[in-house]
Design a protein around this ligand. Structure first.
Ligand code: COA
Length: 374
């Protein structure tokens, strides 16, 4: 056995999956065999969520049943609502999301049942309820009245309704749906691998998703969309963008929303999300963010040959839609619950405990000196 260390598991294939395929050479990404760009243009987020979880696109009847199931599971308990209401107002919403899924695990009667049927039912409950709790914190921390979920609204429409008390126009909803489709799944990224690792000890789905949320929070992963917005706010106006990015690169800073472990010639999700970001910028009459976007992107490609990842366009898109910056990554969570759940179920179906080896580089063997002689 080779004792070469592959830091960050770089280039290591650790298992098989049928959920999605990232193809960096041809700049493509498929979910269950369907190109993600095609799914964005032809499907709603609910159809894609169904596909990720059930391996096939639904027909009308199956989709209606799925939507009904989601609508019926949107309510959270009074207990969870009160917990969210009393969370420290300054908590990061990702920590709130993580705690929410943990509490959902305490409340779920099937937490310890890892059968395929129970796992599918639990994944739907987590998927349907988490946005309700996230929206509740969105309002509660501002001292606003919590708005309960509404039936007959789509996943995206309902989330806007719960956060803002109204549903925006169709173009904004479509852009939000597209962002959720693009965030739904991405093979063995760090949070998904975390979920699979937790599952591999035969632990439960709530625990695996709780751990995945903690992993997604980091700025090298999902937290990048929040950092992109912080960067754009620091740049302030298009006239500052060129100097700002050149200075940052001169200082060897890492620019959030750029680069990817797998894609080295560009992220397959970016062209679609960029198109919808530009649409939202137009609808919202944006005067600056789309211009800052172009300047930073072109300098990064010209000077470093590093392309944007999907967090680069989603950051300013969510900002223009009215969401607080620290809620961008929890929105990512709402979508990725589908991908995580699919991987957790796949892991259960052909499990092997994940237990890599390490090379010891600590102290030489030594004997314990009793406390009174140290
Ligand atoms: N800004 C500036 N330089 C970057 C960069 C970025 N966003 N991403 C990579 N680089 C540079 C590195 O500094 C390194 O340069 P060096 O060889 O001179 O040291 C080189 O490109 C290779 O980067 P490396 O960090 O080894 O690649 P990786 O595959 O380990 O990292 C990321 C991938 C995502 C961790 C990295 O690109 C990054 O930190 N991006 C910013 C965070 C982000 O947007 N995350 C969301 C990912 S979807």
């Amino acid at each position: 056995m080779s004792d070469e260390i592959k830091k960050g598991l770089l280039g290591i294939i650790v298992d098989e999956t049928t959920v999605s395929q990232v193809m960096p050479d041809i700049n493509s990404l498929t979910y269950r065999g369907y190109a993600v760009q095609d799914l964005c243009e032809k499907c709603s987020f609910e159809e894609v969520a169904y596909l990720v979880l059930n391996k096939e696109l639904p027909n009308k009847k199956k989709l209606n049943n799925f939507k009904k199931q989601l609508e019926e599971n949107r309510n959270i308990t009074k207990n969870l609502r009160e917990i969210v209401r009393h969370m420290p107002k300054k908590s990061h919403p990702m920590d709130v999301a993580r705690t929410v899924v943990s509490v959902l695990g305490l409340e779920d009667k099937k937490t310890n049942d890892n059968s395929p049927k129970a796992n599918m039912e639990k994944s739907i409950r987590i998927f349907a309820k988490t946005p309700t709790a996230i929206a509740a914190f969105f309002r509660a921390r501002k001292g606003q009245k919590i708005i309960p979920p509404k039936k007959k609204l789509s996943f995206s429409e309902n989330f806007f309704h719960m956060c803002f008390g109204k549903v925006p126009n169709k173009e904004i909803i479509k852009a939000f749906d597209v962002s959720l489709i693009l965030y739904a799944e991405h093979s063995f990224n760090v949070s998904t691998f975390t979920a699979r690792t937790i599952t591999s000890s035969l632990s439960d789905i709530h625990g695996a998703i709780t751990g995945a949320i903690a992993s997604l929070k980091g700025p090298l992963h999902g937290g990048a969309n929040e950092e992109v917005m912080n960067m754009m706010n620091k740049i302030k106006k298009p006239d500052n963008a060129l100097n700002w990015i050149n200075n940052a690169l001169d200082k060897k800073e890492v620019i959030m929303g750029f680069g990817h472990r797998v894609y080295k010639k560009g992220d397959s999700r970016v062209p679609t999300m960029k198109k919808y970001f530009k649409k939202v910028a137009k609808v919202k009459g944006d005067k600056k963010f789309h211009k800052i976007y172009d300047v930073v992107e072109s300098v990064m490609i010209k000077r470093k040959n590093i392309h944007p990842n999907v967090d680069y366009p989603t950051g300013p898109t969510y900002h223009l839609m009215g969401f607080d910056t620290d809620f961008f990554t929890p929105i990512f969570v709402m979508a990725r619950i589908t991908g995580w759940s699919a991987h957790i179920m796949e892991q259960h179906s052909s499990n092997k405990l994940i237990r890599p080896l390490s090379k010891y580089s600590g102290e030489e063997y030594r004997q314990v000196v009793p406390l009174n002689q140290r």
